[in-house]
Design a protein around this ligand. Structure first.
Ligand SMILES: [Cu+2]
Length: 142
């Protein structure tokens, strides 16, 4: 009698164990967020400069295409940066290759956008700032 109860318990245990595996295999996969869909930044950086706060988001959307959003929120007493566009420079990491400055598109006051195709896929570094002060972020561009 005791053996039979034990056998049933073992059988139930095995059933639960197998069931958990089957459930894992069959349930719908969790949504995977990838940087390449253009909604989640590939890289971003926020820097507090002496005149305000600078936020940069880089979206490497594949095929060497890159979009970059820049926001600058000047402090109330900002003097230097009023009406200025940030300086932007792209360069490759660990490569002796000339950097370049892409054209900036002014979306609204303090908001700029960059759209470009990089000359090469790989690890890039971008500087965004005003004069001596800048934010720097690295990203991998497929
Ligand atoms: Cu290169």
């Amino acid at each position: 009698m005791k053996t039979r109860v034990l056998a049933i318990l073992v059988a139930l245990g095995v059933l639960g164990f197998v069931g958990a595996f089957v459930w894992t295999a069959m349930r719908p996969p969790a949504a995977v967020q990838t940087a390449s869909d253009g909604n989640v930044p590939t890289a971003s950086v926020s820097e507090t400069l002496s005149d305000g706060r600078l936020d940069v988001q880089v979206y490497a959307t594949g095929n060497r295409d890159v979009r970059m959003d820049i926001q600058f929120m000047p402090d109330a007493d900002a003097l230097e940066t009023v009406g200025m566009s940030p300086d932007v420079n792209f360069a490759m990491v660990e490569m002796h290759m000339d950097g370049f400055t892409p054209p900036l598109e002014l979306a609204e006051a303090g908001v700029w956008r960059v759209n470009l195709k990089l000359p090469m896929a790989g690890l890039w570094i971008v500087n965004v700032g005003f004069g001596e002060e800048f934010a720097e972020v690295q990203f991998d561009a497929p």
